[in-house]
Design a protein around this ligand. Structure first.
Ligand code: FMN
Length: 205
């Protein structure tokens, strides 16, 4: 058994170790819009759903020079974002969208991704992503100089017909391959949902 006292380690080591252990992480693929209408796109895997109330939580770090990431700046300015979940065919585009580029460059345009209007908010949604959640900023929680926890209210949910079970009026995980983030340094750094199971009511033997 390997044991590490995280409190005694430099931040870089803590990140490397913890992000290799807390897997698989769903990836929020987020569109936001800046003041001049440029559509920004970036992935974030420090991400979870909160299901009552319908909210999402993201942790946004700072850039190396200490400035806010475009997603964070746009969220502060406009308070709106579309959080997508991507599947295997979108892996390369999702990864490329993490490139650090200036705020005037739209990752959506650079990658040639098709967009459509959202129902309730200004940022557009990616038409090829199987899931798109229209969100409004609820609050930010400062986690120190290097990161901020952002809570978003989910206003509208869109899902592709191909992942939907009309009988149950919800998405069926066996119909798509949601992407997950794995460790960042060693071994595979992405996965896609493979084996799935359906168990009944939990009971102890
Ligand atoms: C799969 C993946 C997951 C990521 N998760 C996070 C994250 O949770 N928080 C974060 O601050 N950056 C994360 N990043 C890095 C951002 O995507 C990257 O800094 C990006 O350039 C931010 O773009 P923006 O400035 O357009 O918002 C992740 C990158 C990848 C490839």
């Amino acid at each position: 058994m390997i044991t590490r006292d995280l409190a005694a380690l430099p931040k870089r080591d803590v990140y490397r170790i913890l992000s290799s252990l807390v897997i698989p992480r769903p990836i929020a693929w987020v569109t936001t819009v800046d003041g001049s209408g440029v559509v920004n796109l970036a992935p974030f895997s420090s991400f979870m759903g909160i299901f009552g109330p319908p909210m999402l939580a993201l942790t946004l770090g700072r850039r190396k020079d200490g400035s806010l990431k475009d997603t964070h700046r746009n969220l502060k300015e406009r308070g709106e974002a579309v959080v997508h979940l991507a599947d295997l065919p979108l892996l390369e585009a999702l990864h490329a969208s993490a490139a650090e580029v200036g705020p005037d460059i739209s990752e959506v345009e650079q990658l040639g991704l098709a967009t459509g209007a959202s129902l309730r908010i200004t940022p557009p949604r990616l038409l090829d992503a199987p899931v798109a959640l229209e969100c409004r900023l609820n609050r930010e929680l400062d986690l120190g100089p290097a990161s901020t926890l952002v809570l978003l209210d989910v206003l509208v949910a869109h899902a592709a017909d191909r992942i939907w079970s009309a009988d149950e009026d919800s998405a069926d995980a066996s119909l798509w391959t949601p992407l997950a983030r794995l460790a960042s340094v060693v071994g595979p750094n992405y996965g896609a949902l493979g084996q799935t199971f359906r168990l009944g009511t939990p009971e102890l033997p």
